[in-house]
Ligand binder design. Sequence first.
Ligand code: XMP
Length: 524
Amino acid sequence: TILVLDFGSQTSHLILRRLRAIGVFAELLPCTTKIADLTWKPKGIVFSGGPASVYDEGSPHVDPAVFDLGVPILYGCQEIAWRINSTNVARGEAREYGHADVTITKVNSNVDRLFAGLGDEIPVFMSHYDKLVSLPTDFVVIGATKNSEYASIAHKEKPIFGVQFHPELEHTPRGTDILRNFSVDVCGAQPNWKMGDFAELEIARIRELVGERALVLGAVSGGVDSTVGAALMREAIGDRFKAILVDTGCMRLNECEAVKVNLGKHLGINLTVVEAGELFMSRLAGVSDPEKKRKIIGSTFIDLFEQEAIRIEKEAENTPNSGKVEFFLQGTLYPDVIESLSFRGPSATIKTHHNVGGLPERMMNGQGLRLIEPLRLLFKDEVRAIGRKLGIHESLVNRHPFPGPGIAIRILGDVTKERVEIARKADHIFISKIKEAGLYDKISQAFAGLDTNRSVGVFGDQRVWGYIIILRAVGTKDFMSADVFDFDNAFLKDVSRTICNQVEGVARVVYDLTSKPPGTIELE
Ligand code: XMP
């Protein structure tokens, strides 16, 4: 495993993806991670870039023990230089941002390994302000650009390399080769990581963690993450995994039935559906603040899980599967982990994502439950690959994500049965039309939501005061940023007409043209 230390760059996770793409497994941890806390020894370490200047007060620095591990290190020219002597780094006169050509200098066979096979010049993507103004002792220059004399440096003897460009970016076309040279040739990591092995390893890890008796409780939503998580649990511990589907009253049309068929029937998962629509509606009545809504929904979920844990233990008494509920399954993915681990405090505070927010703490502290997160090292496309491997149907594997709080965070303002119903019907029409047009797999996430206000319309000779439907469809790779999907106007007009005709109470349909950022994917 290669350890990537995150200094908060937007692209830290791309270093991981590039490494995994060449078959080298990598883990991302905050740059402030204490090496003594690691339970494994990395084969090599990569420092990501980051927004903070190395000499700003309060800017994060790595644990000095990193340099005592004796393993190869790549990246962060400035950080390495600062560690050795902070006067080596100064603010550059000009920001160097964008394309540059690095001219490679050959030094000796040890040092030349980083750029082996790449020729004399490599096009790269630079993004920095600070730069190295002098060479730290015992370092040599291995690459320079017009503006940076020290664009790449290396220690004369130790396998320590610094690059001032971003090898993880698409705009550094040979970046993957540089990462391969580093991880495989310099660090000696084996490029044999395969998604298929992951499922088997994870199943074995779950078995060992859970042991012979414990029961595991897990929430499923009908989405791909919770389904894959549940399928892994079922493979690992069979019926001792208890899946709970909470019907919040804010699910998509026919969702509960579909989950019963997919999980219960096809995957053989022990599933309980908890009907809680009325409870959610009564607790949400009159609440329009988005954060309050999420908190209420999150804590209602926990109340229900607590009840279920007690019921499940009782039910299991005197059966061969008797035991205590000791674990709680979470479908956390890598982007959630990255956001919540960030050393600057979670960028996820943008919203209380309840699958990383309040939910676990109360379950863990109150009930003494431990979290089990079989997908925590994976990105969405990797989860999908495992889903296919586990035999989950393609239509489920490729499903657009659906948030735990459901339609409640897609209707701006008050959550009432009537408003949920209108959004649900409109959503069903929109998604059905998208499928009919063969666009579903081209879009990462689409839904219809509801505006807070109503608007005036004319139906026949009557003026009506009707609801406003907001259509949203985005394309994204990692759901951290997203682009608006470009529909044909004719398609959108057809959707609008159909919704106005078929969903009573709707007088207007609009298409949301906001990318993320600044908008988020969900409306709240
Ligand atoms: P945003 O709206 O933050 O959403 O751009 C990014 C992705 O996260 C999903 N999302 C959630 N998923 N519980 C979930 O399980 C939540 O509270 C939640 N909020 C947002 C959203 O659907 C999108 O895919």
